[in-house]
Design a protein around this ligand. Structure first.
Ligand code: NI
Length: 163
């Protein structure tokens, strides 16, 4: 188990396009484990490999709901519908938030860490997390797609989150 350093906005690695994983290696499996550890330590619901400086098409997501924990390798969104408007944050923009419009329902094809094909279907927060994390693989950060300028998370926001 290892916690990796999370890159913050301004680091150019976050703006690059990540490369497809051709084969799973012990090194990449360790990366996935470290990404989960790093995400949990930072109390996030998702983390993409470029956020720890690795330009590979790998994301981890855990919404903390049942059956909503995934490592996705080479993920592709194959279906979207509906719409949700809500506040979004990112571990690469600590203390910041903005309202982002996302589809409310997403179907995603990917591979698991054994390179077996999987299909993940998400509504609500999971759909949002999939869209957000996949954007990272193409160098897109949520301020690029937000409905409003990014702002600081206020004390009131934090109280609300705690409820
Ligand atoms: Ni993010």
């Amino acid at each position: 188990m290892a916690i990796r350093k999370i890159r913050v906005m301004g680091d150019e690695v976050l703006r690059k396009t990540s490369k497809e994983v051709k084969e799973m290696t012990p090194r990449l499996k360790t990366l996935v484990e470290d990404m989960f550890d790093t995400m949990y330590e930072a109390m996030g619901v998702g983390l993409a490999a470029p956020q720890v400086g690795i330009l590979k098409r790998i994301v981890v997501i855990d919404t903390y709901e049942e059956n909503e924990k995934f490592a996705l390798v080479n993920p592709v969104i194959t279906h979207v519908d509906g719409e949700q408007i809500g506040e979004e944050g990112c571990l690469s923009l600590p203390g910041k938030t903005a309202v982002v419009k996302r589809p409310d329902h997403v179907i995603c094809q990917a591979y698991n860490i054994d390179m077996e094909p999987i299909t993940v279907e998400g509504h609500g927060l999971l759909a949002r997390a999939i869209c957000h994390e996949l954007d990272h693989l193409d160098g897109v950060l949520y301020p690029d797609v937000a409905e409003e300028p990014v702002r600081d998370v206020t004390y009131e926001d934090e109280i609300e989150e705690g409820e």
